[in-house]
Write a protein that binds this ligand. Structure first.
Ligand code: HEM
Ligand SMILES: CC(C)=CCC/C(C)=C/CC/C(C)=C/COP(=O)(O)OP(=O)(O)O
Length: 300
């Protein structure tokens, strides 16, 4: 057995932190926080907001750890994921499972005790949707895995909204729809330039099952659909001029990158499209926040 020294504890903590997919969870939590801010007039109470943010972050991190645990064998076959501690064998199953369940338990306890039951159950359903339905059932079995499974990733604004109000409004559902429609271009751009990884892992991702032209066309169509969906906050009169300006610029760039990718495929263009997807979502949600702060209505 390895002696428990400070450096080995630090190494374990760092390895566990990576399994929680901290950058993905950071954006998930950001979208949930914007959902919280938009849900109430003025600024939400800091106590409840902090508890909800921590609770959602812990449960999302737990879901990511369970995903790494379940996928340790396929992760080991993919260059992008082979260094994960579950794939390399650096962390055992029991240790990872205990930490993931502790994070899940703590997150759920915070949500139940300090937020509300609706948020707690919706967050648990989101956890199950990603860690069980997507990871175990959809991902290995259908190229539509991320389209259906994307519903889990799109939940954060709904969770944030429910945390502040105890209910889910039309605007919360619109924010869900934006992330839901954003997910296919986000993931398929990556799946294109990482197709060799997915082939080695034997996963039925769209570029492998339907080929490159079909995938780039699907990406393009989803970016156009996404541009239409991003107009919905304006239709609900829940956003103003700042948001309008942001989506015009963000969508124009996303559609341009997707169109270029479809016209002339190159791994570099796919990588650029993937990177832009992350900036797109970050700036879109930031724009919703700025719009709230400097609200300029579009009509009288
Ligand atoms: C079913 C839904 C989704 C799938 C299949 C998916 C897939 C992926 C994959 C495979 C990566 C890894 C890229 C790499 O290691 O180079 C990634 C990165 C990322 N994803 Fe997603 N994603 C999904 C939903 C989301 C959602 C909902 C968010 C945030 C709201 C998100 C935010 C990010 C971010 C920030 C990164 C970059 C992480 C980094 O640089 O380490 N993703 N996504
Ligand atoms: C409670 C709550 C808000 C949960 C959120 C669930 C969650 C973490 C969703 C993000 C989706 C995600 C990281 C997909 C990665 O795809 P993948 O797992 O196929 O990627 P991989 O190959 O890197 O493992």
């Amino acid at each position: 057995m390895t002696a428990l020294t400070a450096p080995s504890l630090r190494r374990h903590a760092a390895a566990l932190w990576q399994l929680a997919k901290p950058k993905v969870v950071a954006l998930i939590v950001f979208c949930a926080v914007i959902g919280m801010v938009l849900a109430v007039p003025g600024w939400p109470g800091p106590g409840r907001m902090l508890a909800a943010t921590l609770g959602i972050a812990l449960v999302a991190g737990a879901a990511a750890m369970i995903n790494c645990l379940v996928e340790r064998t396929i992760d080991a076959r993919m260059r992008r994921t082979a260094r994960r501690a579950t794939a390399s064998g650096e962390l055992g199953m029991a240790e990872t499972l205990v930490v993931a369940l502790a994070a899940l338990g703590l997150g759920m306890a915070l949500l139940i005790a300090l937020v509300n039951a609706l948020t707690a159950w919706l967050t648990l359903a989101t956890f199950a949707g990603y860690a069980i339905v997507y990871t175990l059932l959809l991902k290995p079995n259908t190229p539509q895995n991320i389209v259906i499974g994307g519903a889990s990733g799109a939940m954060p604004p709904i969770l944030g909204w429910a945390a502040m109000t105890g209910e889910v409004s039309a605007m919360a559902m619109v924010l869900f729809l934006i992330i839901y429609t954003w997910t296919p271009p986000h993931f398929w751009a990556l799946a294109l330039y990482r197709r060799d990884d997915y082939a080695r892992a034997g996963l039925p991702m769209l570029p492998l099952t339907h080929g490159q032209p079909f995938t780039t066309l699907s990406i393009l169509l989803y970016t156009v659909l996404l541009a239409a969906v991003t107009l919905l906050p304006l239709a609900l009169q829940a956003a103003g001029a700042v948001y309008l300006l942001a989506i015009l610029l963000l969508n124009a760039r996303f559609v341009q990158l997707a169109a270029r990718l479809h016209r002339h495929y190159a791994d570099d263009s796919a990588r650029r499209c993937f990177r832009w997807s992350i900036q797109f979502l970050t700036w879109l949600f930031a724009a919703l926040l700025l719009d709230r702060v400097f609200f300029l209505p579009l009509s009288g």
